[in-house]
Write a protein that binds this ligand. Structure first.
Ligand SMILES: Nc1ncnc2c1ncn2[C@@H]1O[C@H](COP(=O)(O)OP(=O)(O)O)[C@@H](O)[C@H]1O
Ligand SMILES: [Mg+2]
Length: 290
């Protein structure tokens, strides 16, 4: 364990609430170097293992995600970034052969508690996918659907307001306000992705997970989403998987480097790209594999 991680662990152990104590006992995360833990965690993951049948995709990953931070997850293709991200809002539950072990907490609450309402969880921890996937409905309905099923609006006026605010926060309002009742799939790729972000925002999530949200977009649409991520981090906690190191460098505060299912290093983004602590991170960022 590095000095930083060890100091962090001590600090956290001293300030932790008794209920959170158990989750703070970290075993076997020595493999991860850097600033893995934070003083103000929104999400706390400890000793997470993920399997597809008997094949292990994530090995003993422990990490905190801080409130209002943008954390980037990078690493070679197949290293488990998507698997780890999807375990944070139990999206892996939809994969029959997938099994998640370990502690995954949000504000100290166990997200894998049997009684937890998974539909509600996926509103609190929203997700934006690689390929924009608006519903085959109008722009308005794409955004209004979540607030409707979660009972967030009592009247049509309330609903209109949520739709407008969400589209504004997603920097899409000006482009679509005259055609709210046209199909969402008729928008450009970049607009569709911002519509999906508006849809996620509409149910007031606490955390937004993004899995390579720009990989299907052109550079201009990508720049818009990146700008948006920065604005969103004022109100939300964001974890973004990206295969673009430039993107990680532009949008994130900390960067987590995964390699063959293991979390190798977590450090402030600038450090990861200028002075990585682990030789595997260095090999990746200098393009020796990936
Ligand atoms: N649904 C699935 N069924 C079986 N294996 C899977 C499934 N999804 C991912 N995997 C495997 O888990 C490992 C990690 O994959 P993934 O999380 O998609 O990596 P990344 O997002 O970093 O490219 C890979 O070996 C991949 O083949
Ligand atoms: Mg992936």
């Amino acid at each position: 364990m590095t000095q930083l991680a060890s100091a962090d662990k001590k600090k956290r152990a001293n300030t932790a609430k008794p209920t959170a104590m158990k989750s703070l006992e970290v075993e076997g995360h020595e493999a991860t170097v850097g600033k893995v833990f934070t003083d103000n965690p929104k999400m706390t993951m400890r000793n997470v293992n993920v399997y597809y049948d008997d094949k292990q995709a994530i090995h003993d990953v422990s990490i905190d995600i801080a409130k209002n931070e943008v954390i980037a997850m990078i690493g070679p293709s197949g290293c488990g970034k998507s698997t780890f991200l999807r375990s944070l809002n139990r999206m892996n539950d939809t994969v029959d052969i997938c099994r998640v072990e370990g502690d995954i907490l949000m504000d100290g609450e166990n997200l894998y508690a049997p009684k937890l309402d998974v539909v509600e969880l996926r509103a609190r921890v929203g997700m934006v996918f690689q390929k924009p996937n608006p519903f085959p409905k109008s722009i308005y309905e794409n955004v209004a659907y979540g607030p409707k099923i979660h009972g967030l609006a009592d009247t049509r006026v309330d609903l209109d307001e949520i739709v407008e605010n969400s589209l504004r926060k997603a920097s899409l309002w000006e482009e679509v306000k005259e055609r709210l009742h046209q199909g969402g799939t008729g928008l450009s790729g970049g607009q569709q992705q911002r519509l999906c972000i508006a849809r996620a925002i509409a149910v007031s999530p606490e955390v937004i997970l993004m899995d390579e949200p720009c990989s299907a977009l052109d550079p201009i649409a990508t720049a818009k989403i990146e700008e948006l991520i920065e604005e969103l981090s004022e109100n939300f906690t964001i974890a973004i998987v990206t295969h673009s190191m430039q993107q990680a460098a532009r949008v994130s505060h900390r960067t987590a480097y995964f390699h063959l299912g293991k979390l190798i290093e977590v450090n402030p983004t600038e450090q990861v790209f200028t002075m990585p602590e682990h030789p595997l991170t260095e090999a990746y960022i200098t393009g020796r594999f990936g």
